[in-house]
Write a protein that binds this ligand. Structure first.
Ligand code: FUC
Length: 794
């Protein structure tokens, strides 16, 4: 009897597996196991933990990561100094700043040798280890399929071998803080599971096999810094027993088996020691897996899906695409742009959903923010240490957080930034003799805030200001006054205080950043455009916050400084936006950083409605820099072209990104894999559909020709407004605005220039209309039925 019902449920599972083929599912799928971690394996994660699923037939491989497993930092044998010198460098920095103001030309190598510091025990983000499961079986493999279901945040592997069908799924649960997998087969399965950890740590393996499951625990400490870790696999078969087999667990039986995997360290994001006194990782993993094991597999899966879908399901995008049913995702990507427009649109939508999926999987409350690789890493020395670069990359990771309705995913960024303020105060003092806080090019899990010695990038003291601006954006979108007062204000004020003290007066009487270095490009000058634009935006926004919180004195100081501040907005001799205060730009320069366009995106000082000359200059600059570049650079340019309201060009950048900077598993590649491009492009796609940076909610501001028909729901505008849009080849046909907290709203669309239906009387005329929303109310406007298509398409 048990056998029959088991076979029935198996059959159902296999049938259910084909259901996710439905045309509207967001699914990546492949017809072979992965062999390459970076290009093929599929990422799952819960913000803190991540895994890469290979989907092997004879040997299944899950490579595991956990955000806090870093070498270096406190506890390193020969010490750690947060990148800070013991003595003040302030006089020296000031003298360099003055020399630059007087026209000195200083070589980055010379300055890096004097001002920069070797990255001493900076550390690297580590792989936690590998779960390896050897499976006995024989016969040919047929019907192989490996997939990642973005609607459920679940990876699946399915195939038949000989006469036996196998079906496995995998997810990492945020509510239960463990990785969960279930394996079923149509005949008895025999497997042997072990955990392998890299040899840069001590490792003690413990095997506890019993009648109600078995545990395999590997615990130890990193040799580098003594950080303790533990990883535990709990195997729970529905029947039969699991036995110890050396350092592994062996199971044989004809029923499903559930895997629960927990991983912890004793890291705490707390300066200066970064250790949790109370956490014993070995106890914690047992507590994690025991807590999860209280639930049957379907309950664990439901809890995971409920949690994930509460975020993912907020937004739906339809670009009128149709995913070919029988073409695997790598081939759909290979064919992209080759003439199947419906498949192209479907891939674009999938890529958009994937960006949201990756952000939810790599950044959840309670752990470190998404690093250069999100949460996934298989190396002991990953590219750029898989750290936090703060001259574009960390910021770009969070560009979609607000506009794509995932504001909660930005909480780790704020916790991380809050904790940087303490060491950042030392950086401000030692390098500038200034109050407030700052840091430079890059930071790690250990509060690194000093400048490194990499000549062409190390000097980036604007990082604190740029991070502080993310708090203000979070406020503008969500309108939480408590967040503004308790979280945004102290961080913004500290960053602003730093710059009030650190700015210098240039020969033209303007306040400038000096020394200043346009990111990764140079040269050392006074007042490079990006430095000035970031400080201008910081002072403007912080003055607004000061005003609303009643700190008139601080507001006055900022407004006074703003009057004297060089804005970094200058049109040069070939019509370009200048990257430096002097007109030094080379029209043949195609450097990947478009830093001087900060004011266009993510800043807002360059605006088609208000600053047409700067807009023209920004366009000239973007044209000159060209499209082809690293993945993240292309992603940035999608946003920039969207802000210029050039949807076709923004789309062209997206095409380039998907064709030339995207791996078969749809990860962005710099190269190598770097996740910022995924996030930047996701933000860019929203930016093409909706903008709200300058007080008006702009509907379909940069709709490309290729996206003639479609709809999107759940994207966010500043002012706590959630927006649904539908368009139909004749421009916008309907818009719904759902107001969170209520208040005045202005909306721009060409739809308002002709007849339209409105639920409330509107102020204004032409394309821009305004009205007052009530808390929680939804307002839907639609194009008048009598309006002809030719009348609205511009
Ligand atoms: C910045 C970029 C590089 C790379 C690195 C991680 O330094 O200029 O291209 O993305 O971050």
């Amino acid at each position: 009897m048990r056998q029959i019902s088991w076979l029935t449920s198996c059959a159902c599972l296999f049938a259910c597996a084909t259901l996710v083929n439905a045309a509207d599912a967001s699914l990546l799928w492949y017809d072979k196991p992965a062999t390459d971690w970076e290009k093929e394996a599929l990422p799952i994660g819960n913000g803190r933990m991540g895994a890469m699923v290979f989907g092997g037939v004879e040997t299944e491989h899950l490579q595991i990561s956990e955000k806090s497993l870093w070498t270096g930092g406190p506890g390193s044998e020969d010490g750690y100094d947060f990148g800070l010198p013991a003595d003040s460098q302030a006089e020296f920095v000031k003298s360099i700043g003055s020399n630059l103001l007087n026209g000195a030309q200083l070589q980055p190598e010379g300055l890096a040798a004097k001002l920069g510091r070797k990255m001493h025990n900076y550390g690297d983000y580590q792989s936690f280890g590998d779960l390896i499961i050897d499976v006995e079986g024989e016969g040919d493999v047929t019907g192989y399929r490996r997939e990642l279901d973005l609607n459920k945040a679940t990876a699946r592997v399915k195939f038949s071998r000989g006469f036996v069908g196998y079906y496995r799924d995998y997810f990492v649960s945020y509510p239960d803080q463990v990785l969960v997998s279930r394996w079923v087969s149509t005949s008895p399965q025999k497997l042997r599971a072990r955990i392998a950890v890299p040899d840069n740590r001590s490792a003690e393996t413990r095997v506890d096999a019993g009648s109600r499951g078995a545990r395999l625990t590997v615990s130890g400490a990193l040799k580098s810094n003594g950080l303790r870790y533990s990883i535990q696999l709990l195997l729970i078969p529905a029947c039969g027993t699991v036995v110890a087999d050396g350092d592994a667990l062996r199971f044989e039986g004809d029923c499903p088996i559930t895997f629960i995997l927990a991983a912890r360290t004793n890291y705490a994001m707390r300066y200066p020691d970064y250790r949790s006194g109370s956490t014993d990782p070995a106890r914690q993993v047992t507590a994690d897996s025991n807590a999860a094991a209280r639930f049957q597999y379907p309950v664990l899966a439901r809890r995971h899906a409920d949690d994930y879908q509460a975020l993912f399901d907020r937004v739906k995008l339809d670009l009128g695409g149709k995913m070919p049913r029988t073409t695997s995702t790598d081939k759909v990507r290979n064919n992209y742009g080759n003439g199947d427009a419906a498949a192209d649109r479907a891939l674009e939508r999938l890529y958009f959903d994937y960006g949201r999926y990756l952000l939810i999987s790599a950044s959840r409350d309670g752990s470190l923010p998404a690093n250069l690789q999100g949460v996934w890493n298989d190396k002991a020395t990953p590219p750029w240490n898989a750290d936090y670069h703060v001259n574009i990359n960390l910021q770009m990771n969070y560009w979609p957080a607000e506009s794509a309705n995932l504001a909660e995913t930005a909480l780790p960024l704020f916790d991380f930034t809050d904790h940087l303020v303490t060491p950042g105060k030392l950086a401000a003092q030692r390098y500038f003799g200034a109050p407030g806080w700052t840091l430079f090019l890059n930071t790690n899990a250990w509060g690194y805030v000093g400048p490194i010695d990499w000549p062409t990038a190390f000097w980036q003291p604007e990082a604190s200001a740029w991070l502080a601006l993310h708090y203000y954006e979070h406020y503008l979108f969500g309108r939480s006054e408590a967040f503004l007062k308790d979280r945004a204000w102290p961080v913004m004020r500290g960053a602003a205080e730093f710059w009030l003290a650190a700015l210098m007066t240039s020969r033209d009487g303007k306040l400038v950043v000096s020394p200043s270095y346009s990111p990764e490009h140079g040269p050392f000058t006074a007042g490079a455009a990006m430095s000035q634009q970031i400080v201008a935006e910081l002072f403007t926004d912080t003055a607004n916050v000061a005003r609303s919180l009643g700190d008139r004195a601080f507001e006055q100081r900022l407004r006074e400084a703003l009057r004297k501040l060089d804005t970094g907005l200058r049109v040069g001799k070939w019509g370009q936006l200048q990257e430096w205060k002097e007109d030094l730009d080379d029209p043949k320069d195609d450097h990947r950083h478009v830093s001087h366009l900060f004011a266009l995106y993510p800043g807002r000082a360059i605006d088609p409605g208000k600053t047409p000359e700067l807009v023209a200059a920004a366009r000239k600059t973007l044209e000159a820099r060209g499209d082809a570049s690293t993945g993240w650079s292309r992603a940035w340019k999608i946003n920039s072209w969207a802000r210029l309201r050039d949807g076709d060009r923004a789309h062209k950048l997206l095409v380039g990104l998907l064709r030339d900077s995207t791996l078969p598993n749809l990860w962005d590649t710099h190269p190598p894999f770097q996740i910022d491009g995924n996030f930047g492009a996701t933000a860019g796609m929203v930016e093409m559909l909706l903008q709200s940076q300058n007080g008006v909610i702009d509907l379909l501001p940069a709709l490309p020709r290729e996206w003639a028909r479609g709809h999107v729901s759940g994207i966010r505008a500043r002012g706590d407004v959630t927006v649904d849009l539908a368009w139909d080849g004749c421009g916008l046909s309907e818009v719904s605005l759902q107001s969170g907290r209520g208040g005045a709203v202005s909306v721009r669309s060409s739809m308002f220039e002709k007849a339209f239906e409105a639920p409330v009387p509107l102020g204004g005329e032409g394309a821009v209309r305004s009205f007052t929303t009530k808390r929680g109310e939804r307002y839907t406007f639609s194009r008048g039925a009598q309006v002809a298509c030719e009348d609205v398409v511009h």
